[in-house]
Each structure stands twice: as structure tokens, then as C-alpha cells.
Write a protein that binds this ligand. Sequence first.
Ligand code: UD1
Length: 416
Amino acid sequence: MKSVYIRGNASLYGEVTIQGSKNAALPIMAAALLVPGECVLRNCPRIADVDHMCRILRSIGCRVDRKGRQIRIDASVLKDSRLPEESVTRMRSSIMLMGPLLGRIGEVSLSHPGGCVIGDRPIDLHVKALSRMGAVCRDDGDRLSAVSAGLKGTLVRLAYPSVGATENVIMAAVLADGATWLENCAREPEIGWLCDFLIHCGASIERTGPGRLLIRGKKRLHPCAYSVPADRIVAGTYLCACLAAGGEIFLKGAPAGENDALEKIAEQMGAQVRKTRTGLWARRAGPLRSPGSVATGSFPAFPTDLQSPLLAAMAQAEGESRLQETVFNGRFGVVEELNRMGAGIAVRENTALIPGGRRLTGMRVRAAELRGGAALVIAGLCARGDTLVENRFYVDRGYEDICRDLRMLGACVQDG
Ligand code: UD1
């Protein structure tokens, strides 16, 4: 399945269950390395990045047994601290193995992590924070290695609330000697889920204020069984699809309180949104209006991962919108393809100016990264005519089966 075929002029009606969260599952899988025993992770999404992480964990000695959405990880015996180049360069999240490997066996070596093409992705904050805890890091341009004779708890203040650096420090700190005060850390929900998993394994982590954690190092963690929560970005993508195409949908299991920024924007754009005990209901029946200016930012601000899907909806809204990207530079790659479909978007520095009111035309387009690919699928739903989104593998990195899900919502979307 190389492409996604979408019949345009769609509106969405139906119910879909939201898959487990990619950005929660990956660090939790990495954190299982800290536990000398078998952890059972349920509701892991069936996506390529989770496959990569399984492969990496196996390569360093873990026993990884995957059945559907359940993954058993037994990290009793770790035999290698060198991460395989192929998986690491394909998946940026492999950087999050630094903290747990340092914490558990005191060494790690990996080639420079790859990942989505969404701008510069330095790792200086990870390296600086782990060095403060006593790791000696070396970067020879190709490989990054770090060793430690025993990490020590200390005060770590991040210059920017990086999600990955926060996760690395937490994982390094849970087995460190003494207490770590982590300040200006990320507040994304996935940080909370990672802490929750580690606390289930016996770690001591306390939230002492917004963006502040106190982690008291323990001698040893114990295994646990844990269910990965639903994916807020997948839920947000389908909410953007409903906004753009119109209709009435129910996102079963969509996490509450994790998409407030988008839900507010959706209401400004003319949708009705209601949280229920079991998920999120949304309807957009009347005209789609511009929400004015929106900026991405760290949680609880509007997430950068939903910037491209929202862009596709804004292209069709009445009135001009502005969408400022403050987290990643170079994350407007999808604009070129949206403009071929007729969106007329101009990008000035880190802001996209969307004239709105455009009726897009279906055509053959090409995904260049994960969320941009999802945005093209949304654009295809509302376009006049049919759309073929090529390079589907980018979309599959984050969505179990976007065709299946959109079909559940009544769209005519097929594997191409
Ligand atoms: C995670 C998410 C990704 C999301 C991003 C921001 C996972 C697997 N991925 O990525 O989906 O888009 O958070 O919410 O959870 N930075 C530095 N130096 C560093 C680290 C980061 O300058 O050492 C910068 C980055 O270049 C970027 C910004 O900080 O501009 C945010 O990056 P970060 O929060 O670290 O994102 P990731 O953890 O890579």
C-alpha cells in the first residue's frame, strides 16, 4: 500500500475508536529498559515507529514479544549499549533511549537520530542535561556516545521545555543517586503518562508545580502492566477532518483535556464540540469560519503536530487566517502541495497566511512527512474530484490505518 486514494466532496458521519498514542508508547517502551523484569504494555499502536522500537530493544538484548496491540518487554538481561544504526537513523525517538540506558547500564552509543523532515532537530538540551547528571558525552559527528559511573541527582533546568529532553532526564533520574529537581520541563500529556508508568514500576516522581518535577532516585524498579492512553494527535487530526469536510463524528476514547486548544479553535470555526464520558462528539453543519490567528506552542498551547491538519481546514474557511509555527522551523513543507490543490497559502518567515474560501482540486500529491501527509488526506476529503496521496509510509508512521478510520466515518478512502 503505497498511497491513499480519497474521493473528494466528502462529509464525515460515524464513530471511530482512537488508537493508542505513539508519543506515549515510544517513551514508555524505552522506559521498560529500566526494569529488570517483564513489563506488559497494552494498547500499543500498530505503527512503523513502534516496530522500530521493538527492533532496537531486541537488538540490545531485551526479549520483546508482540501480539497485536500488546507488547511484553523483558529487559532482565541487556547485552549491548550500541543501538543499531538502521533503526536509529529512521526514528528520531531513539534519542530517548539515552536516559534509560545510562540509568540502567551506564553507557549508550547511537548514530545521530533521524525522523521527520520538519526542520532542525538538535539534541543539545538532552546532552547538556545528562552531562549535568554526571554522564560524559562524546559526539564525533557520526555517533553520539555517553558513559557514566553512576548518574547523580541534581538541579536540571531546561533552557526550553523540550519533550524528548524532559523524557530523557526523567528516565535517567529514576535510578540516579539522590534527587533530581527538573525545572522548565515539558508539560505535554505524554510526560504525565511516562511518569505514571514509571510510578507503577515503583519510581518516585512528584509534580511540584507547572513544569517542575522532583524525582527521587530508587535502587531498583519492578515490572508492571500498563495500558497506553489514546492518541490526542490522531483524535485532533480527525477533528480537523470533520471541521474541514463537515459532518458529525464521535471519537471514541479520545482523551479528555488533552486537546482543549484545538477544541476551542474548532468552536471558533463553527463546530460544536462536546466531551462525553466515553469520547468526543463533534459536528460542523454550518459555514466554516476563519479562527483569525493561531500559534503553535508547548502544551497547553495548540500543538505543532496538528498545525498541518488545521492548515488544510483553514484553507477552506471563510476569511483569512494566520498560523504561526513557533516550535519547529521548516514545518510548512506541506504548503507547496496544498497550493497545487489551490489553497493559495503564502509563508512569511514562521507564519502561514491562508486566504481561505478556496475550493481545493483533487489531484496526485506527495507526502513528505507524517502530519503533512495527514493534512493532504484531509484536503483530499474536501476537494473537488479524487486525490491520491503518495508516500503513504510517512502517514503510517503515526496512524494505524487512516483509510480504515476515515471509512468508519463514512468517507470513501482506499489503499492505493
Ligand atoms: C516530540 C514529539 C513530536 C512533537 C514535539 C513537540 C515524540 C516522539 N515526538 O518531539 O511529535 O512534535 O515533541 O511537541 O514525542 N530542541 C532543541 N534542542 C534539543 C531538543 C529540542 O533545540 O536538544 C528544539 C527542537 O529543535 C524543536 C523544539 O526544541 O524546535 C521542540 O522539540 P522537542 O520538544 O524536543 O520535540 P521532540 O521531543 O523531538
